[in-house]
Each structure stands twice: as structure tokens, then as C-alpha cells.
Design a protein around this ligand. Structure first.
Ligand code: ADE
Length: 411
């Protein structure tokens, strides 16, 4: 308010110009009163914001021990919870960002058996690494894991770093993964806010802010960090995640009757738990039509390596082209690369959803003579068993790759 008076007397700037231009006393009063109202609102909103933050803090603080104790009594017996090795936890957390807990179990066991430590991950050849990841998707994540493993070897002499900042500095590790590894492995009181935690906190605080916004996640991180108990960081963080997975569930009604926070949850108090969290839809995905080919002879199936950059970079694929080709067009394409089919089979349609694009696919299986000799396109000719054991083929192709893997057997 005082600042406003100072502006008038200074004889310069916006405030004085406004006074001059309003002219009449009435206008001037109106101007002053609306300005002071704005200041008051600002003041009020700052005050109510502070009150809201104080309330959020109290609600979160009151949740700490109920969540921690609930977790200790109710946690699932999961393979990555049997130890506190940072490498094991890291592997599990990256996999859990890709798929469901049940699906992760077998990937986790297989990955750790093949690559039991950071050194093994740093040194493994890329095709083998991608093969271990086949089916999990987001292959750049595992490529980043290898980069991070090499950083650990080079910068940390092979020992997984033990501070939050050093963990956060590794390739592909963001706030969530750094917080999870730091707190689960080393008990460091840093937050690990994933989708489960966003949902739990959004309901607990009855927040109608969009949890897809980075600013909302950052605020939740700050608010959680302020209450994490240093003597139970791991169990508290895991408790929030577990509560989101088992009780404060995403689809359908949350199981408020089983929740250790039933008495303090603001959404439950207001009856709006099923409307939260607010999660605005991401931009619509682009749809791409593709035609996929299984070119085979009695020995092999043709595959290609994808470019080193872009979608599914460096993985292997069945030959495919843009658009939906009818039978004649498919045969013409086949001939254009030197392959005259002796038999053509129309395969069913399949769809694969990536984060920004959907592939709507149709397919043809073409039986040809002497595949390798006649094919003029650059392809790899995978023999019996090699599609299963050697070449990582992304899930996007699995509807057709599963047929190709039969490699003519039993036909
Ligand atoms: N989701 C993310 N991290 C998890 C964990 N450690 N256990 C179970 N579910 C999870």
C-alpha cells in the first residue's frame, strides 16, 4: 500500500500516468479502491496460501507414522525388497516404470542373473542388453542404464554412489529414481514421488491441481521432503507407493475402509476421493498406418535393423512400410525388392500404442524362393531360433513376430 503512495509522489511511471488520465475525483477513488482491493486480495491469497501450506504440512506430518507402520505390516513380499543393494533397487525401479509389478518379477530375475552387477551391465554388448529388455519397451531407458553403469565404473570406481546428488547425476536418473534408490538403499530422506504417490497425496490433501504438471509434482516433492522421517525414509517412501498400489488405487473406488489415513484424508472427508487426482489428458496421439511383412523361405525370415536414432532405435524389426497396402500392392512391393511370392497369406490387424504415436498395422506373410539370394533390400536373414535368442524385436511387432518365430515349423 505504501508503495502505491510512493509511486504517485515520485512523479514518474505507470501509477502517476493513470492518475492523470482518470481526471475526476470519482474515477480516482474508484481507481484507488480497486487497487487496494487487489492488494488486499493478493495479501489475502498469500495468507490463505500460507494457511493451506501449513495445513498440508500438518496433514502430511500426521500421515508419516500411520503410513510407515501400515507398510511394515502390509507390504507385499517382492523380490527387490529382500535386500538393499542399490544396483538391484535401481534395476527394479526402472523396470517398474515400464510395466506392472507381476510382469517385472521375471524380467528382474532374468536381468540380474545375466548382469549381476554394475560392471556386467557396463560391459554387456548392446544386442544382448536389448534382448534382456525385449518386451519392456522404452529401450532408451536401458541404454541410459548402461551409460549410467559406465559412469559408475569410470567416475565412482565401480561402486554405486551413496549420495542423492551423485545418484541424481547418473544418466537417465530423475528425481523419482534418485529418491527411490537413495532412500531404499541408503536411508537418505529424499522423496520418491511416482504416480502412486501423486495420487495418494492429491487425495490426502484434497488437491484439485493437475498432477501432470511438473510444478505440482515439485510442490508435492517439497512437501513430502519436509516430513520424511530420517530414521524411516525407506519404509515411509515405500509405504506411500504401496498405499497407492493396494489401497488408494487408480481405477475404481479407493479402499478407504482399509486406509491407515482414513481419519485424516481431506478428500475422504469431503467425499471427493473418486474425482481425484485431476489428471489432464496428454495431447492426442498421431495415428500411423503400417504394413508389416513376414518374408520367409524354408530356412529363414527377413528382418531389418532400425536406424540408430529415433523410435525403437537400433532394434530389429520385420520389414514394414507406411500405409495399408492391399494384396496387389503388397505383391508389387515384394517384387520391387526382388521377392516373387509363391504363396501369400493375409495376416490380421494389430495395434501398438507408443506415447506419442499409434501404429495401426496390417500384415502379409510371403513365402518366397531363396530369400537371401533374391532379396535386393538390405536385410538380415534370421534362421531357426535366432528371432527368439539373438535379435531383440520390440513388442510393437509381437503380433507378427510371434508368427515369424515359428519360422515355418508346423506349417
Ligand atoms: N512401484 C514403484 N516402485 C515400486 C516398488 N519398489 N515396489 C512396488 N511397486 C513399485
Amino acid at each position: 500500500m505504501n508503495g502505491h503512495g510512493g509511486g504517485v509522489s515520485s512523479g514518474s511511471g505507470d501509477v502517476e500516468e493513470k492518475h492523470v488520465s482518470t481526471g475526476s475525483k470519482a474515477a480516482e477513488e474508484k481507481h484507488v479502491s480497486s487497487e487496494s482491493k487487489a492488494v488486499e486480495e493478493k495479501y489475502m491469497s498469500t495468507e490463505s496460501k500460507a494457511a493451506e501450506e501449513g495445513r498440508d504440512h500438518d496433514v502430511l506430518l500426521a500421515a508419516v507414522w500411520p503410513v510407515t507402520e501400515w507398510y511394515r505390516e502390509n507390504k507385499r513380499d517382492l523380490p527387490w525388497r529382500k535386500q538393499t543393494d542399490a544396483y538391484h533397487i535401481w534395476v527394479s525401479e526402472i523396470m517398474l516404470q515400464q510395466t506392472r509389478v507381476e510382469a517385472v518379477k521375471s524380467y528382474y530375475a532374468r536381468f540380474l542373473e545375466a548382469l549381476p552387477n554394475v560392471k556386467a551391465l557396463a560391459e554387456v554388448d548392446e544386442d544382448r542388453l536389448l534382448k534382456l529388455w525385449e518386451g519392456l519397451g522404452y529401450y532408451n531407458r536401458v541404454r541410459n542404464m548402461q551409460k549410467a553403469a559406465r559412469q559408475v565404473m569410470d567416475v565412482h570406481h565401480g561402486e554405486f554412489p551413496r549420495t542423492y546428488e551423485e545418484i541424481r547425476a547418473l544418466a537417465g536418473i530423475g528425481n523419482y529414481t534418485a529418491g527411490a534408490v537413495a532412500s531404499f538403499a541408503f536411508g537418505i530422506p529424499k522423496p520418491a514421488v511416482d504416480g502412486n504417490v501423486l495420487r495418494v497425496v492429491s487425495r490426502l490433501l484434497c488437491s484439485d491441481e493437475d498432477i501432470m504438471k511438473a510444478g505440482v509434482r515439485q510442490r508435492f516433492e517439497r512437501e513430502i521432503e519436509a516430513v520424511i522421517p530420517s530414521e524411516a525414509a525407506s519404509d515411509f517412501n515405500q509405504g506411500l507407493i504401496e498405499l497407492g498400489a493396494l489401497v488408494c488405487v487408480p481405477n475404481g473406488a479407493p479402499k478407504c475402509g482399509e486406509c491407515p489415513l482414513g481419519g485424516t484424508c481431506l478428500a475422504r472427508e469431503k467425499g471427493c476421493q473418486e474425482k481425484l487426482p485431476v489428471k489432464k489428458k496428454a495431447k492426442e496421439r498421431r495415428i500411423e498406418k503400417r504394413t508389416v511383412f513376414i518374408f520367409r523361405d524354408g530356412h529363414a525370415v527377413a528382418i531389418k535393423k532400425r536406424p540408430e536414432k529415433g523410435l525403437l532405435a537400433g532394434l530389429y524389426e520385420l520389414p514394414n512400410i507406411s500405409g495399408h497396402l492391399d494384396g496387389e500392392e503388397a505383391i508389387a512391393y515384394s517384387k520391387s525388392i526382388g521377392l516373387t511370392p509363391v504363396r501369400v497369406k493375409v495376416l490380421g490387424a494389430a495395434k501398438h500404442v507408443f506415447s506419442h504415436v499409434e501404429w495401426h498395422m496390417i500384415g502379409y506373410e510371403m513365402l518366397v524362393d531363396e530369400l537371401e539370394k533374391n532379396c535386393s533390400d538390405r536385410m538380415i536373414f534370421a534362421e531357426d531360433g535366432e528371432l527368439e535368442g539373438k535379435y531383440p524385436i520390440p513388442t510393437a511387432f509381437s503380433a507378427y513376430a510371434d508368427l515369424a518365430k515359428g519360422n515355418g515349423r508346423g506349417r
